[in-house]
Write a protein that binds this ligand. Structure first.
Ligand code: SF4
Length: 213
């Protein structure tokens, strides 16, 4: 019976020491599922999403052979295959055309804000620096995304939702009225009901606030 270690102290210390940094895992030959292996200091590591087995190098060949079987006899190999099969199934589901079926387009147009709340992730010490650090999302990008959402809404008979959000204050973006018109025109071209929402901090000139209404 080979020595099998599944993230016990030895492996945890390997991970703690950062010895896995930059390691290259390659597919286990003849394994029908996504299981990868790499060698490290007398061990072979076997990885599949959600599961890692470390095994002393000498019996690793026997272990690898188990990974080519549909029903491995060694418990850890069986678990690896179980998790790998599950990962393969999830991958397939994620890559079906219907997996990308958005009904809502949420846009963070920029990170500019007229407040500077202490808890905010977009908060900066020098407010003028942010526009250089993070360019605004372009009109073309927004309209391209609107097309994708509109196609999905039409396919699944759903209304189109357009959400303007912030990692900043969306109403500071002077393009907003035009963007709103253009995105609603995309929805109209697909004969979709159109809903829009603006997540604002409310500290906005009255004229702008009237526009949102
Ligand atoms: S984006 Fe919102 S939370 Fe952040 S600083 Fe502006 S108002 Fe405050």
């Amino acid at each position: 019976m080979p020595t099998r270690l599944i993230l016990r102290e030895t492996e945890r210390s390997l991970l703690r020491d950062g010895m896995l940094d930059g390691m290259f895992f390659s597919p286990v030959p003849d394994c029908p599922f996504p299981v990868f292996s790499a060698r490290i200091e007398g061990f072979v590591l076997y990885y599949t999403p959600g599961y890692l087995v470390a095994m002393r190098e000498a019996p690793a060949g026997l272990f690898s052979e188990q990974l080519t079987l549909s029903r491995p006899k060694i418990r850890e190999a069986s678990l690896l295959i179980h998790f790998a099969r599950s990962a393969a199934e999830q991958w397939e589901v994620l890559h079906r055309p219907e997996a990308l079926a958005p009904f809502s387009l949420t846009v963070y147009t920029s990170q500019r804000c007229n407040l500077n709340c202490a808890y905010c992730f977009s908060r900066i010490e020098e407010p003028d620096a942010v526009s250089d650090a993070m360019p605004d999302v372009s009109r073309d990008t927004i309209l391209s995304a609107a097309e994708i959402v509109a196609q999905s809404c039409r396919r699944y008979k759903q209304p189109f939702s357009f959400v303007l959000h912030g990692g900043g204050e969306p109403l500071l973006d002077p393009r907003l009225p035009e963007l709103m018109r253009e995105v609603s025109a995309v929805a109209a071209a697909y004969t979709l009901p159109f809903h829009s929402y603006v997540a604002t901090n409310g500290v906005t000139p009255e004229s702008v606030m009237r526009w949102t209404g």
